[in-house]
Write a protein that binds this ligand. Structure first.
Ligand code: C2E
Ligand code: CA
Ligand code: CA
Length: 469
């Protein structure tokens, strides 16, 4: 349809370009371009609009490169550009513009072509009076030296694959951007693929039992389970709540870090089921604890909600359902969202949070102090708690700046009538440096553990040494 070379022809040209580049000791570059938002064009404008957008994009790509470069179409909305090095040296038939660009390295040239492409593609395309805007994610790979394979080992297929891999990262990092291939990318992607498979299986096979750490229900399968970390009220010295933290163990018994699998879950659309599962398990646990231990009546449960999960649109319903199913009241639950999640939240997400908050659900700003929200903005949020990020606690008691920050946040929280939780309290010295009246969480008062290992009755009986102003 576009009249552009296909994959087979491209591979041919890549092969000869690689041979030339080895002979002349020059660098060839491949740009793997994948349109962002093309599916939307097809969905809203039908295939006629889709075809028109592809044709126009092909035309723009062809005019953004030099005649010596190759533009090929390798898939529905995927184009590949082979950027040949500038001719150099004795050639007499060079245009003045080419001579001038002697100063531009082969590598810079490819980056320049990429930015011309980005610019050209993102201009609106008008089809039958309707403007369509698509952007492009570009993966760039070079034939030799630096981060590329040495020219002599690289096959045309690998060369193309490397650019594709870099394009995949561009998509993952928010689209409409350029990423350059590096070798570590391959192994990173493979590792992410593994984590995804483990997580998928663990979620699919989740059995509602309480596995004791390291002992999965069936030894050879991955398992996901909740761990609970206590939060204490430093004024009374009493246990105030637990935060549920997800744990994932692979079939071989090795643990995958939560920040790693939570990020993967967000990328591949598993954060919704993961978040819902943790919400349910935590509610169920709270009910069990209360039934078994009368003194646990006031205990609350904090659940992490990722930015993407909050923006999904079903958060309000999910929370209400979980509370109803387990017979809990809204004030039994605290939702933790990071500062960054609040900054990214849409109007409808904020409205849902506001509704939950006015129903009595606790809402905490997690990792407080690590985002860039203005205090004016924070004051408008429907929150009941600030959780001071553990990076501030880490410097206590000696780091004066951090000490001042923690005290200032505690003061701010008190003025705004919010609970202040200080995270990451590991030592007695750190605890002694905390402002009065805060809640604290950290290894000093308890690591995250699965419920089976928590002796709740004894935790409720013993209080940490109270600290007064
Ligand atoms: P977070 O919400 O800030 O959780 C607190 C993290 O601090 C936990 O890490 C906890 O184990 C760790 N921690 C607690 N006390 C101490 C301490 O005294 N010192 C140090 N160095 N660390 C301490 P973890 O369990 O590795 O979780 C990391 C992050 O993964 C969490 O950060 C949270 O953002 C995310 N996460 C964990 N579970 C879930 C989940 O169910 N849903 C979502 N959306 N995110 C989760
Ligand atoms: Ca948290
Ligand atoms: Ca935190």
């Amino acid at each position: 349809m576009t009249g552009l070379p296909n994959r087979a022809l491209l591979i041919d040209r890549l092969q000869s370009a690689l041979e030339r580049s080895r002979r002349d000791d020059r660098t060839v570059a491949v740009l793997f371009c994948d349109l962002d938002g093309f599916k939307r064009v097809n969905d809203t404008g039908g295939h006629a609009a889709g075809d028109a957008v592809l044709l126009e994009t092909a035309r723009r790509l062809a005019s953004a490169v030099r005649p010596t470069d190759t533009v090929a179409r390798v898939g529905g909305d995927e184009f590949v550009i082979l950027v040949e090095p500038w001719k150099r040296g004795s050639a007499t038939n060079e245009a003045p513009s080419q001579a001038r660009s002697e100063a531009v390295s082969d590598r810079d040239l490819a980056v320049q072509v990429a930015s011309r492409i980005t610019e050209a593609v993102s201009q609106p395309i008008t089809v039958q009076g309707v403007d369509y805007v698509v952007t492009v994610s570009i993966g760039l790979s070079y034939s030799g030296g630096g981060e590329g394979l040495t020219g002599s080992e690289l096959t045309a297929d690998d060369f193309l694959q490397n650019a594709d891999t870099a394009m995949y990262r561009a998509k993952g990092r928010g689209k409409d951007r350029l990423e350059v291939f590096e070798h570590t990318l391959r192994s990173e992607l493979a590792e992410r693929g593994r984590v995804e498979r483990v997580l998928r299986r663990a979620l699919r096979d989740h059995v509602d039992t309480q596995p004791v750490r390291g002992v999965s229900p069936s030894a050879a399968s991955p398992v996901i389970y909740p761990a609970y970390q206590p939060v204490y009220d430093s004024r009374s010295g009493r246990l105030a709540s637990f935060e549920v933290l997800a744990r994932l163990t692979d079939a071989d018994g090795s643990d995958i870090r939560p920040d790693v699998f939570v990020a993967v879950a967000e990328d591949v659309g598993l954060i919704q089921p993961l978040g819902k599962l943790m919400l349910h398990l935590a509610c169920k646990q709270l009910v069990e604890w209360r039934a078994a231990t009368p003194a646990a009546g006031d205990l609350t449960m904090a659940v992490n909600v990722s930015a993407l999960q909050a923006s999904h649109g079903s958060l309000g319903r999910d929370v209400t359902e979980a509370l109803e199913l387990h017979g809990l009241t809204p004030s039994d639950l605290i939702l933790e969202l990071t500062e960054t999640a609040f900054l990214r939240a849409s109007h409808s997400t904020l409205a849902a949070l506001r509704e939950l908050r006015s129903a009595g659900v606790g809402i905490a700003i997690d990792d407080f102090g690590t985002g860039y929200a203005s205090l004016r903005y924070l004051a408008t949020l429907p929150v009941s708690e600030l959780k001071v990020d553990k990076s501030f606690t880490a410097g206590l008691p000696h780091d004066l700046t951090n000490r001042k920050i923690v005290h200032a946040v505690a003061g701010l929280a008190a003025d705004l009538d919010l609970v202040c939780v200080v995270e990451g309290v590991e030592t007695e010295e750190q605890r002694a440096a905390l402002p009065p009246g805060v809640h604290l969480q950290g290894w000093l008062t308890g690591r995250p553990q699965c419920a089976g290992l928590i002796d709740l009755a004894s935790l409720l009986r013993t209080s940490i040494p109270a600290r007064r102003a």
